[in-house]
Design a protein around this ligand. Sequence first.
Ligand code: CAA
Length: 265
Amino acid sequence: MELKAVRYEVTENEAGHRIAVIRIARPEALNALNKQVLSELKILLQELGSKRDVRAAVLTGEGDKSFVAGADIKEMENLTMPQARELALQGQTLFSKLEELPFPVICAMNGFALGGGFELALACDFIIASSKAKWGLPEVTLGLIPGYGGTQRLTRQVGRALARRIAMSGEMFTAQQGLDFGLFTQICEPADLLPTAMKVATTIASRAPNAVAWVKEAINHGGDKSLAEGLKIEADLFARTFETKDHNEGIAAFIEKRPANFQGN
Ligand code: CAA
């Protein structure tokens, strides 16, 4: 199936490392997540999940105004209760798939990231935002609550008080506030956003891919558990790195005082 509302390309950098750039491309509706975008995103995630050679991805929105302005409000107009539950579960499942990709996904938040759009950003590994980004969970202004994981991922990210403040007010926040709240790792001028995200992706892509994937796994799976359980997950994954060729290469490169050349095995 040809993808129209979600575009993606895989770029190969000088070192031969492959980085995917994904764009939500429905600019006429500020990239709002309608059925088409969700089903294309599902197809794309299936494809990306099977690509063992992709080392990182950057997710952004088409155009210079919006990352994603939320779930498509017009499509929600006449939903019944079972249909609404189905929609939430569909979006949640999709965003969890994104979160579980075996490589990091960096959100390059290029503008509005509201409701489902902000929830999509929260399912990425981290967020680099344009200074023009405006974000929030405005669902309560529509008589709704976040349905694509917002109450859960936001709480885990910033704690209960801030999550309540953000989701109960429905207010729009600035990029600087996102940085202050610990939600964004960096803010850039709009023109620098993609180059910056690509630069960070390039650095990550140069590291041992299994090690990066297992850092992701340890943080995602250990972060919500007790410290003892989280530490066990970390120890198990640390041990697994000793079965990889890349750990031999990394240690040898250090001893031989040369850059490591990781093959992802
Ligand atoms: N759904 C459907 N269409 C949307 C949309 C959305 N979430 N956001 C914007 N659009 C459409 C507008 O209807 C408009 O289309 P028309 O030209 O056909 O009228 C077009 O995009 C441009 O939008 P505006 O004219 O409104 O642009 P603006 O610059 O004046 O305002 C905005 C920008 C503040 C982001 C405003 O569009 C807005 O408030 N959008 C809705 C944001 C929102 O409430 N998102 C949460 C959705 S609910 C949700 O996501 C539930 C969940 O958790 C699953």
